[in-house]
Write a protein that binds this ligand. Structure first.
Ligand SMILES: NC(=O)c1ccc[n+]([C@@H]2O[C@H](COP(=O)([O-])OP(=O)(O)OC[C@H]3O[C@@H](n4cnc5c(N)ncnc54)[C@H](O)[C@@H]3O)[C@@H](O)[C@H]2O)c1
Length: 285
């Protein structure tokens, strides 16, 4: 006899191998077609500064109930500035390279708010140097944070969505370097980590759609953060920009936020397994 399908989402947590009926993801008859994060609790890894902080601001500006930064670094001025404007912006000290730390953070979010609706796996790092010079520990560090960190954040929050019967949304921060080289500052291993991130979203989206969980990624081009401090210092930057065409500037991290808000909102109920490049035509490089 085939295994009996579970009757509700909560029982999926007991044995997620048991075949389940697909959760109904069809918008209800009284669905609000406004793109909003009202009532949503969202956790963003690495949101104490840079792109994560920019995403947090745009989520909060679009009515998110609570936004958590899961970050390793102690909150500094940038974080505190945003928190002054939005007291519903919170911080949980988290190391995304430790499954135990991520599990504790997700449990705390649910303990404090009773739910979690979205997770942005955004924490990441790069290292620029010629491919001939990379050694194994350097590669392991990049893959451990960018790939393993994103994978386990997604797995841990997906288990929580299933346990709570929440049709959650996961968004990962990939990069334009997942498509092609960054000619301004090459890093072969970094591009490989970001290609892995973008790629895993397709399969996670396929596997978890039966639980009503959506998984997508966003690929930024050049964004003004600590990671790109070198870009505008380059003496031939203006010339490069003219040569490449497109928008001759770096992005403000908040210019990415609308896409994250869309993917985290119920407005994107039929959007899963895609990548959105946001690069002011840097994709043409
Ligand atoms: N800046 C860009 O131009 C650009 C372009 C494409 C993709 N990205 C990607 O965007 C993401 C954010 O980059 P950014 O430019 O804002 O970088 P950033 O260095 O400014 O911020 C990264 C944040 O992640 C946190 N972090 C690092 N390791 C962590 C860990 N183990 N656990 C928890 N938090 C940790 C840091 O403390 C920091 O707050 C990264 O995944 C990066 O690869 C950046």
């Amino acid at each position: 006899m085939p295994p009996v399908a579970t009757a509700n989402a909560a029982s999926d947590a007991v044995n997620i191998e048991t075949p389940t009926p697909y959760l109904n993801t069809m918008p209800s008859s009284n669905f609000s077609w406004q793109i909003t994060l009202a009532e949503k609790v969202v956790a963003i890894t690495g949101a104490n500064r840079g792109i994560g902080l920019g995403i947090a601001e745009v989520c909060l500006a679009n009515s998110a109930k609570v936004v958590y930064s899961l970050d390793m670094m102690e909150p500094a001025e940038d974080f505190e500035g945003l928190q002054k404007r939005y007291p519903n912006f919170r911080y949980i000290q988290t190391d995304v390279t430790s499954e135990e730390s991520v599990q504790k953070a997700i449990d705390q979010v649910v303990q404090e708010t009773g739910r979690i609706d979205g997770l942005v796996a955004n924490a990441g790092m790069t290292k620029h140097q010629p491919a001939l010079n990379f050694d194994r520990p350097e590669l392991e560090k990049l893959f451990n944070l960018n790939v393993f960190g994103a994978y386990f954040c997604a797995q841990i929050v997906a288990r929580k969505f299933i346990e709570l019967g929440i049709k959650g949304s996961i968004v990962m921060t990939s990069s334009m370097t997942s498509y092609r080289p960054n000619r301004a500052a090459p890093s072969a291993p970094y591009g490989a980590t970001k290609a892995a991130v973008r790629n895993m979203c397709h399969t996670l989206a396929m596997e978890w759609s039966k639980h009503g969980i959506r998984v997508n990624s966003i690929s930024p081009g050049f964004v003004r953060t600590a990671m790109t401090y070198y870009v505008e210092k380059s003496p031939d930057w203006d010339l490069k920009m003219q040569y490449y065409g497109g928008m001759p500037r770096l992005a403000d991290p908040r210019e990415l936020g609308g896409a994250y808000v869309y993917l985290l909102s119920d407005g994107s109920s039929y959007t899963t397994g895609i990548d959105i490049p946001i690069a002011g035509i840097v994709g043409a490089w």
